[in-house]
Write a protein that binds this ligand. Structure first.
Ligand code: AMO
Length: 430
């Protein structure tokens, strides 16, 4: 019976493993194979004079990255990986790999990201890539556990929708019978509607689609958003929840992902300092202006350069609060004392924005006037507005980009490293 390579020890005696041929070295009388499965690497040593001709015939046929089944006896040997080797009694070629390979799995020849993504199935055989997705999986699990423990209800909202949530320019139109439809930019309107349904605390981890034209290292056209919405709380409460969750994710990954972190050569994750600084928007633009020498007028967005300058000053996670109402979406609640400022926030990593959120407008008439103020027509939002006429609780929430979280946590240079099959301006396959 097959055992994982990690479990092969001299004490095992006989062992059978299935794995990919990582490397082959032919020294004449001796042939060494390194066989790899998801748990590790095993040396298979073939002394030509001591093994059956049948084994040798197969060995001659095998190319790198072919899948083989090997059975034989395990011996302790100091120099081999894991201090053991297997001398085969049987050596079977299960699936041959073509050569040349589109990508060098062993990484002796470095490949650029495009080549790697074109052959992602091979790229993902590399321990570094596997490690990223093991950690991503642990992060997802941690978020589910954290929110379920706090009585959140997991919801699934439609990805084919009739209206924009975050602004019209970033929509992907799709053919939906005779109607106009789009891919969903955010579960925003639906998670809010579930507050009217009385669910009180909801979350969703799902795809969001943004038709942004620019190709950057931190934008995808299909991303994953971790979204929450909570009734009877304000923006400060959900900011605290977000801060606690981020720190909890870092700690959990540090505790539970020792081996993938080691593969990525990350000894200690830099656990974010708490409390995260709350930086009001006017202070943020002033800080950016003094660092970059460029003026940012009140009401301008905080662009990439400014974001970077502030991030360098602060050096850890922080919130930008007190945003001008004019540059946040219609659903953000204006402040009672000064409606030109709203109860929206962004969570920032020193490198980039990770999350946006807000206390929401829950009063129907105010929402209608805010939709109008953005130049949108409330008629297109009737399905969303209706719940606001039947007892909508006050509520707040946020959306957190899963890929940016992984990317910043692991120090990856490009967001595409944190997605198995990224979708960007030029990439629609694999
Ligand atoms: P926002 O549009 O700021 O807010 O998105 C929230 C977070 O999602 C991630 N994100 C992206 N990641 C990669 N590529 C993209 N193109 C991309 N777009 C967004 C970012 C971002 O901070 N409805 C609100 C959330 C809310 O208020 O609850 C929203 O979607 O990490």
């Amino acid at each position: 019976m097959r055992i994982p390579i990690k479990e092969v020890t001299p004490q095992t005696g006989q062992a059978e493993v299935i794995g990919w041929v990582h490397e082959v070295r032919d020294l004449g009388g001796l042939t060494f194979f390194l066989i790899r499965d998801r748990t590790g690497i095993l040396q298979v040593t073939i002394p030509k004079k001591k093994v059956e001709e049948e084994v040798l015939a197969t060995v001659r046929e095998v190319s790198k990255e072919s899948l083989v089944r090997v059975r034989g006896s395990v011996k302790a040997i100091e120099k081999a990986p894991g201090g053991r080797e297997l001398v085969p009694e049987s050596f079977e070629l299960l699936a041959r790999s073509e050569s040349p390979l589109p990508l060098d799995v062993v990484e002796k020849v470095p490949a650029d990201l495009d080549t790697r993504l074109d052959a992602r199935f091979l790229d993902a055989r590399r321990p570094r890539v596997t490690a990223i997705f093991q950690i991503r999986s642990a992060v997802t699990r941690t978020v589910y556990d954290y929110l379920f423990t706090r009585d959140f209800v997991n919801i699934t909202t439609p990805k084919v929708v009739a209206a924009a949530t975050e602004g019209g320019t970033e929509l992907f139109p799709i053919a939906y019978f005779e109607k106009e439809a789009f891919l969903n930019q955010s579960p925003q309107l639906y998670k809010q509607m579930m507050m009217a349904a009385g669910f009180e605390k909801v979350f969703e981890i799902g795809p969001i689609f943004r038709a942004e034209e620019h190709n950057t290292t931190k934008h995808l056209n299909e991303a994953t958003s971790i979204d929450i919405e909570v009734s009877f709380v304000d923006h400060r409460d959900v900011m605290q929840l977000l801060e606690d969750l981020i720190v909890h994710i870092y700690r959990t990954v540090q505790d539970q992902c020792a081996s993938p972190l080691e593969i990525l050569e990350i000894g200690e994750l830099a656990i974010p300092h708490t409390p995260f600084e709350r930086l009001p928007y006017p202070d943020a633009i002033e800080m950016a202006a003094s660092a970059t020498g460029e003026t940012i007028s009140y009401g301008d967005d905080i662009g990439t350069v400014a974001e970077k300058a502030i991030g360098e000053r602060i050096g850890s996670h922080y919130f930008i609060t007190d945003w001008p109402t004019a540059i946040k979406p219609y659903y953000a609640m204006p402040c009672d004392d000064d409606p030109s400022v709203c109860k929206a926030f962004d969570l920032m990593h020193p490198r980039m924005e990770l999350s946006s959120g807000a206390a929401r407008v829950h009063q129907h008439d105010l929402l209608v006037s805010q939709i109008r103020a953005k130049g949108l027509s409330p008629e297109n939002f009737e399905f969303y507005l209706a719940p606001f006429r039947y007892g909508m609780p006050p509520h707040a929430g946020w959306g957190l980009g899963a890929e940016r979280l992984i990317m910043t946590m692991l120090g990856l240079g490009n967001i595409r490293e944190s997605v198995l099959f990224p979708r960007d301006r030029h990439r629609l396959t694999p």
